[in-house]
Write a protein that binds this ligand. Structure first.
Ligand SMILES: C[S@@+](CC[C@H](N)C(=O)[O-])C[C@H]1O[C@@H](n2cnc3c(N)ncnc32)[C@H](O)[C@@H]1O
Length: 416
């Protein structure tokens, strides 16, 4: 495979960016990294969905091209575990961190090898226990709006499954079944699929939507039984809850980072907390626990932050100056992002690969690729390669008229 060599930050052929700032990451997608229409549900990826997940084939191509054989790959924003699964499948060691407990659970479940027979036995036990459960359905605080997303008939079988899953003694098996239960919760909930935010089905759509809860769970057990045993036995994925601004990891613990960071747009864009909330409530997490995790999201604390050292970011903040709330939001996010990048540089020995698109805030486009390169430069880490990929959906056409490349992502490869 040939990796197109791309401009380094010092290359003369810089491409004029917005506001006359030379862009080191300007470029056009060449199709090699798009993976449009590719299956994203193969292997253990299909066991549980996640929002804004990386395309597994993209993760794999990056790992094969840039991570040493048998080495360690870290995803410090691991989400649904796409990078970690491909790391394990490629015979490398995986380390994952995320602040969202659902991301941690799902990533652990997707990367832990278990024999088919054990899954079959536990599945039969859970279903038998669930079938006998005669207690009341779980109830949730009115203010949590959980029942709003389910039909009344679903509450008893979901409760019965949760009780059955809680009985599993073995920790790895219990986590797998918690993930399968969570997938079932998502599957039977009254939200539209394949959307980044929760949106309730219309009454007409609800009328014909009457899934059999045990049947859905059974389907996920069958999927797990087929795919989990295919993970390499003895594979090691070390996945924990953790804040990337303060990683509890030694220096240079990983050879390579492969990740797609959040963009700080939980309010208007991808909202990880909203996506996870019904699944986490059903798994027994409290609102306080969820809010605790949300409070660690990059950009959440907005007070007294300094603009980190990126010329493009400074210009963007100037452009936002007539909207102080947006400017504060941007500064808060990039200050945290800079702290995360510094930690990422500390815990990595060789390469840091960041897949990132632009962000639109108050009609202004923030060139995340360029800003990332400048922040990494301030840390002392240089861009080695840069690729571009087209996003499958054409988003915000109005912004494209303004010259912004928001329907593509930059793949930034940094070398320490
Ligand atoms: C774009 S998603 C990653 C998706 C992932 N690549 C996948 O394939 O599913 C970004 C993730 O960053 C996590 N995140 C946000 N702030 C974080 C922080 N301070 N530390 C660690 N993870 C964080 C979010 O919970 C979210 O799961």
């Amino acid at each position: 495979m040939t990796i197109r060599s791309s401009p380094s930050p010092t290359a003369a052929e810089t491409i004029p960016g917005k506001q006359g700032i030379p862009s080191v990451v300007g470029g056009a997608p060449d199709g090699e990294w798009d993976f449009a229409g590719q299956d994203t549900q193969y292997a253990t990826h299909g066991i549980h969905t996640y929002v804004a997940a990386m395309i597994p084939a993209l993760a794999r191509k990056l790992i094969d091209a840039y991570a040493p054989d048998g080495g360690t790959v870290l995803d410090p924003f691991c989400g649904g575990g796409a990078v970690l699964v491909e790391t394990i499948r490629s015979g490398r060691q995986a380390i994952g961190r995320d602040i969202n407990p659902l991301a941690v659970l799902v990533s652990q479940a997707k990367t832990t090898h278990i024999e088919a027979e054990e899954i079959r036995r536990s599945g039969a036990e859970v279903l038998a226990q669930a079938g006998e459960y005669a207690g009341p359905p779980l109830s949730f605080a009115k203010s949590d709006f959980v029942e709003f997303w389910f039909k009344d008939y679903m509450l008893a079988p979901l409760t019965a499954l949760r009780v059955g899953v809680d009985q599993i003694q073995d920790a790895a098996l219990r986590k797998l079944f918690q993930a399968l239960f969570s997938a079932t919760v998502r599957s039977v909930s009254l939200t539209h699929r394949n959307e980044v935010r929760l949106r309730r089905m219309t009454p007409e759509q609800q009328e014909t939507f009457n899934p059999d809860v045990f049947g859905v769970f059974n389907k996920y057990i069958a999927l797990a039984e087929e795919r989990i045993p295919d993970l390499p036995p003895g594979s090691r994925a070390m996945i924990e809850s953790g804040d990337t601004r303060r990683l509890n990891l030694p220096d240079a613990v990983a050879d390579t980072i492969v990740c797609s960071p959040p963009y700080g747009d939980e309010r208007n864009g991808v909202n990880y907390t909203q996506f996870s909330k019904n699944m986490l409530y059903w798994l027994g997490y409290s609102r306080k626990e969820m809010q605790g995790a949300k409070g660690s999201t990059l950009g959440w604390g907005k007070e007294n932050r300094n603009v980190p050292p990126s010329r493009s970011l400074h210009h963007a903040i100037d452009r936002l100056s007539d909207n102080p709330a947006s400017a504060r939001e941007a500064v808060a996010f990039y200050a945290d992002y800079y702290a995360a990048l510094r930690e990422m540089a500390r815990v990595t020995g060789q390469r840091i690969i960041i897949v990132i698109g632009n962000r639109v805030l108050n009609q202004q486009v923030l060139d995340n690729g360029q800003i990332t390169v400048e922040l990494m430069d301030a840390i002392g880490v240089q861009l080695e390669h840069c690729h571009f990929r087209k996003l499958p959906t054409k988003r915000l056409p109005k912004m494209r008229e303004a010259g912004a490349a928001i329907d593509q992502e930059a793949i930034l490869v940094f070398r320490k």
